[in-house]
Each structure stands twice: as C-alpha cells, then as structure tokens.
Design a protein around this ligand. Structure first.
Ligand SMILES: [Fe+2]
Length: 518
C-alpha cells in the first residue's frame, strides 16, 4: 500500500466512532472489562507534551444511558502504542485504572519511545476500542534538527463558528499543535450564536465536564487531537472571563471563587493530554507552565498568565477586572506581575541559560502595545501585557541585557492576527527591537471592529500587521535560518464549509529581531 493510502486508512480509522475489539487485533489480546452497549470513547483520543522519549496519551470514558450502571465502577483501560499505521507492530502497552473521581479520564505517560518518531495509539476497555490516534515524539535534545512545524491556535467559542481551522490542521504535516487558551467558553452571546452551548454558565465540576464534553463532541476538533500531539496552556475562559488569580469580575469572595477555579481546573485536566493535574493538597492550583526543547533548534516555554497574576489595575468597581483604562497610576507599580514572581524568575533564568537557536515564549495574550490617545491620556487594555507594563519591560530588558537573539513571543486571546516588534519601551524608536511577536487569531471567536483596530494600528508603529476580521490559525515553519509565520484565515463567522486561505506571511530572520512582511 502506498503511504498516501495508509494515511487515508489511518485517518478513516481515527474518525470512525466505533470499532469492535476482536482477536484479529494486532496486539492479540483483549482488555478484560464490560460489554458496552455504546462506545465509551465518543470524546476521542489525544496526545500531548512530547518529549524525546515520551508523550502523554489521553482519553476519557463517556457513559451512554444504557451503560450508566458501569459508571460507579472502576474500569481498566488498555493503552496500546504501535510503530505503524496498520497497527501491526506493537511497541508498548499499559493497563491503567480509572474511576468516577477523575471523570473516568485516562492519562498514560507513554515512555520508552524513540526520539522524533511517529507512533499510533489506541485505548481498549472491555468490548470497546477507541479511534486510533497518531502522535510524534520530540527529537533528541542535542539533535541538529533542521525544522519544526507548529500550528498555533486559540479561542474556539463553540457557538460562534465551526472548527474548519482544526479540520485543516488535522490534514497538515505538523510536529505539534500549540494551543494558547480559551479552549472552552463559559459564556454565551446570542448575537453571534450559530450553534448553541448545552446548559448554562458552568460553575460546578459536573457543569465544566459537560461543557468540555460538548466541545470534544465536535468531529473536526477530535480529528485534530487524533492527528497531532498538542502543547497547551490556558487563558481565562477555561474558568470565567477576565479572572485574575483568585478574583473574578463579580468580586466573589476568593475562597468561594477558588472552589470554582478548582472545579474548572479539574475538568480541564480530565479532558486534556497534559502531564500534571490539580495539586491534591490544594486543588485550586495546577501547574500548566512548562518548558520543552526541540533538538538544538528551539526551546519553548508555555506560560501561565492567569493563575499567578496580580489583579487587573484600576478595575471597574461594579463590573470588575478586564477593561480599557486611562490615567491609571497603578500600572506603574513595579511589584505587579503577569506571571507571578516564581514563574517570571524561572522564565528569565531559562532564557538566559538556553543554548537553542530559537527561544519561543508561548503565552495566552498579546505582548505588543494597543493603547490609543484619548483626551485624558493614553489608554491601556488592563488584561493584556499593556496592563502589566513594568513586568513586560522587565522581561524585554532582561532579553536585551543578556544579548539574547532569536526570541519569538507567541500569543492568542485577542481574536486577531498580529505581527509585531517588541521593545523594552514600546513604540519608542530609541529602544531597540529585542524580540518578535506573532499572535494568532481565534479559531471561531468574534474579533473587534475595524474602526477601533485601525486607530490601534495608527498609534502603535510596533504593530506591523493586525487583522481582527478573520478566523483561523497560524502555521509556523521554524528553521535554523529563520521563522516563517503564515496566517491561515477565513471571514467571520467560520461556517461548516468555509475554506482557509493565506491572509499574510511574515518572517523573522535568525540574528535579527523583528518581523518582516514576505
Ligand atoms: Fe478568547
């Protein structure tokens, strides 16, 4: 069979909702367990956080009405890894127990794998078998890698569009998907609804589980998880819009809000291919920030810009948190931090010590400035890095002082494609460009209007490209000599039959900070 045919076969397999396990299966053994009335692997499979010798493999059992009696019991799930698409060459397998306390989610750290290899995997429980997923390990840490291909994505409000971006990503040849937050949305906006959320605004663990399960019900999203490993961080909507650390926009008692945050973090863990879940001793805490290397070519930090940040400066006393502020003195408080002091120190130290060519800082939001002049002074959106200007200056100044080259900041959250230059003092030509920024537009979520965006562009020369009218994702092709970023986009709203095209392409050349239009 030709490779192309095998690809097609594997994809058809990955997309099939139901496959019975029989003695003909490659591993030649069955997992003991229940005889299912309906396939419990309806949420699909996923992999993530690739390392040279391991990757996280994920699934979650979902119980149909007819299988509900099984839900109270612990289940044994077999996880099998193969070296080939036809599943004839078993590599390793693991038996793992899951139960209702973790929403019957399964996380297997598949270890003992070879670097920079493609593997196929599936889960088996009793008579049921999952769709087949494909994943890929990272290269050896010292390998002279010539290329890294990433699809960068964020913000996938289920109600506001279809996941055509994921459909295309699933077909691409990628090393991994980098998802930068707003995986689910807790809220609704009836004006832009083209398909509805089930249920109201989630607050409890069960409600967050239902919301995640609805998102994973989308076949394009499942296909993209099955096709590539994902590297992930979160933003605010995984819990609630505009939250900062222990505070939401309603000024809910932090002790109460942290219980909601714990429920949201637990549901997030149960649905994502991530290594670490909530801290059992303090379940409102969960470490998501991480560092990985891609041979000698790149080092990637995925940051958490929600859990440890200082509260937004100058909040509205009635409506709270995130908003545009003018004349806000608190912005100049040097103690304020977006990442929290521990994560900030960890990042700065890691950047200074890195020996990899490209230093990729993946975080949820936009680092370049978006303020505009008003009669009362320049505005600042207090939820993005403009709301933490001295923390931004610290980070960029440390990059300049360490004479680091080839730092690229990757962001999401703001529902627009942005290519920008980063300086310790934004928009100040006397302050050198020390890093570059690529922000990806949303997969579906609506962006800001063009009139406001034009004013932002006119007043922020560091922004070299900004478009908020289209949905999609960004393709990053990282090589020793340069990074190419292609914005793949389609007009809002993304319809089921929408097609993506190139909106723009930017390049960052090795040894020269700053983005250049191609
Ligand atoms: Fe968003």
């Amino acid at each position: 069979m030709k490779r192309r045919d095998l690809n097609r076969l594997a994809l058809a397999w990955a997309l099939s909702a139901w496959a019975q396990v029989g003695p003909a299966h490659a591993s030649g053994r069955r997992a003991s367990g229940p005889a299912w009335q309906a396939n419990p692997f309806a949420l699909g499979v996923a992999s993530g956080q690739p390392r040279p010798d391991s990757v996280v493999l994920w699934t979650r059992l979902l119980f149909a009405e007819a299988d509900l009696p099984l839900q109270a019991q612990a289940q044994t799930v077999l996880c099998e890894v193969f070296a080939d698409e036809a599943l004839r060459q078993p590599v390793r397998q693991w038996h793992t127990e899951t139960d209702a306390r973790r929403g019957h989610s399964v996380h297997v750290i598949a270890s003992g794998l070879q670097p920079r290899r493609t593997y196929w995997y599936r889960f088996v429980c009793g008579t049921a078998s999952s769709p087949v997923g494909r994943t890929r390990t990272a290269p050896a840490v010292d390998a002279p890698v010539q290329q890294l291909r990433i699809a960068q994505a964020s913000c996938q409000h289920f109600e506001q569009g279809h996941y055509v971006a994921h459909r295309e990503m699933a077909q691409r040849d990628l090393d991994f998907v980098l998802f930068l937050g707003d995986y689910i949305y807790e809220s609704s906006n009836p004006r832009y609804r083209i398909r509805p959320h089930q249920g109201g605004v989630p607050k409890t663990l069960d409600e967050y589980r239902q919301r995640h399960a609805q998102y994973k019900g989308d076949p394009d999203l499942r296909a993209c998880h099955a096709a590539h490993p994902w590297v992930m961080t979160w933003d605010d909507h995984e819990v609630v819009n505009g939250y900062a650390n222990d505070l939401d926009n309603q000024y809910t008692d932090p002790a109460v809000f942290l219980r909601r945050r714990a429920a949201a973090y637990q549901a997030y863990f149960e649905h994502m291919p991530v290594r670490i879940g909530p801290d059992p001793a303090a379940p409102h805490q969960m470490r998501i920030h991480d560092r990985m290397v891609w041979g000698q070519l790149a080092e990637l930090w995925t940051l958490d810009s929600r859990q440890y940040r200082d509260h937004q400066a100058c909040p509205d006393p009635n409506r709270g948190g995130a908003r545009v502020v003018v004349g806000c003195d608190a912005l100049q408080d040097v103690r304020r931090s977006m990442l929290g002091s521990a994560q900030e120190a960890w990042l700065t130290q890691g950047l200074g010590e890195s020996t990899r060519r490209w230093k990729l800082i993946a975080q949820s939001t936009q680092m370049s400035p978006t303020g505009v002049p008003t009669p009362l002074g320049r505005s600042s959106f207090n939820d993005a890095w403009d709301g933490y200007p001295l923390a931004r200056e610290r980070l960029l100044a440390s990059i300049a002082e360490a004479r680091l080259q080839d730092v690229l900041v990757l962001g999401g959250d703001v529902h627009m494609n942005v290519a920008a230059n980063l300086r310790a003092r934004p928009n100040d030509e006397r302050s050198p460009v020390v890093a570059s920024e690529i922000v990806t537009t949303s997969v579906t979520s609506r962006g800001m209007g063009e009139a406001l965006l034009a004013t932002i562009r006119d007043n922020n020369p560091d922004i070299r490209h900004a478009r908020a009218d289209e949905r999609g994702y960004t393709l990053l092709d990282i090589r020793p000599g340069g990074v190419s970023a292609t914005f793949r986009a389609t007009p809002f709203p993304a319809q089921a039959d929408s097609v993506l095209r190139d909106q723009a392409r930017f390049e960052v050349l090795a040894g020269r900070a700053g983005v250049q239009a191609v």
